[in-house]
Design a protein around this ligand. Structure first.
Ligand SMILES: C[S@@+](CC[C@H](N)C(=O)[O-])C[C@H]1O[C@@H](n2cnc3c(N)ncnc32)[C@H](O)[C@@H]1O
Length: 295
């Protein structure tokens, strides 16, 4: 009987094949695989690979706050219900239209702030399905997110790291995904190849509107505008396209529960209002996102 390779062995192989992409977060030197399962730079800074198949390249203790394992498990479960399918289809289309092709090599797709990794795993697989070899690199500051990503999806590189100081050499990325996560455009400029693209997703004005209304009726969190974020992006890149994706998803008691566990909108809500939403339920919820692609 053939046994599945261990995640840590797959990750070691991927780092060995692609080590030249990475930079020591302490000194910037190249990182090489050091047996049995660690990355090491010329200055002997060493980073162990975890058995789930990821590496922690954070150099200081960072509190991921409420981005914890329960939140990421709920986000993964919601993804598996097809919650983000239409958004992902639009992103796949943007990549097919605007990403460079590398007939002789592989596309490097970095997801900066990848969370539990489902978006990156899906999009990298779709690029590979077109016959274009691609390597997905997921980076997030929350260890719980990266641990779940590495446990769920093999064949991609997963790193705990700060997207503002990414442990990657300059000008290596063909596509930078930045989905519902904070951006650092100076760092994205450093990382992007000259013909590479940044694919940014902001929440749209109606994102999770039914939940906003249920939790914050009359308060300033009931409405949301993204003009400032859109403008900031436009100041950095000549946008190739700006696309609004808006659709509704039906909710069951279970999917509402995932939603409440995974969204930062619930973090500061009045517990009574949260309990009322849980009891009354929500029939449907709006997923609204603005996608911007820049070069
Ligand atoms: C709303 S979640 C979105 C996650 C994922 N992109 C998705 O759409 O499911 C925001 C993510 O940004 C990550 N994040 C926040 N600040 C970060 C930083 N400085 N470096 C890397 N990741 C960061 C959080 O840990 C969290 O996983």
């Amino acid at each position: 009987m053939q046994t599945r390779p261990r995640n840590i062995d797959v990750a070691t192989r991927l780092f060995r094949q692609n080590g030249s992409l990475f930079a020591c977060p302490l000194c910037g030197m190249d990182l090489q695989v050091d047996e049995p399962a660690a990355l090491r730079c010329g200055n002997h800074h060493t980073y162990d690979l975890a058995k789930q198949g990821y590496v922690n390249l954070l150099t200081s203790r960072v509190k991921a706050g409420k981005y914890n394992s329960e939140l990421f498990a709920a986000r993964l479960a919601l993804h598996q219900t097809g919650f983000f399918t239409e958004l992902l289809a639009a992103l796949e289309n943007c990549i097919a239209t605007y990403a460079p092709r590398r007939p002789q090599g592989q596309l490097i797709i970095l997801d900066a702030g990848c969370g539990e990794g489902s978006h990156l795993a899906h999009l990298a697989a779709r690029v590979q399905a077109t016959g274009q070899p691609a390597l997905g690199i997921g980076l997030d500051i929350a260890k719980d997110g990266i641990r779940l990503a590495a446990s769920t999806y093999t064949g991609l590189i997963w790193c705990v790291a700060d997207l503002a100081r990414s442990p990657l050499q300059a000008a290596q990325c063909d596509i930078i995904l930045n989905i519902l996560s904070p951006a650092n455009y100076a760092e994205f400029h450093r990382l992007l190849r000259p013909d590479g693209i940044v694919v940014k997703v902001f929440p749209g004005p109606s994102y999770l509107q039914e939940l906003r209304t249920a939790l914050y009726a009359g308060g300033n969190k009931e409405t949301y505008r993204n003009e400032d974020s859109v403008q900031q992006f436009s100041q950095q890149y000549a946008p190739l396209v700006t696309e609004q994706v808006c659709y509704q998803q039906e909710l069951t008691i279970t999917t509402l529960d995932y939603l409440l566990q995974m969204t930062p909108l619930a973090w500061n809500a009045d517990p009574t209002a949260l309990e009322a939403v849980r009891r009354a339920g929500l029939d449907r919820i709006t997923v609204d996102a603005t996608i911007m692609v820049g070069r």
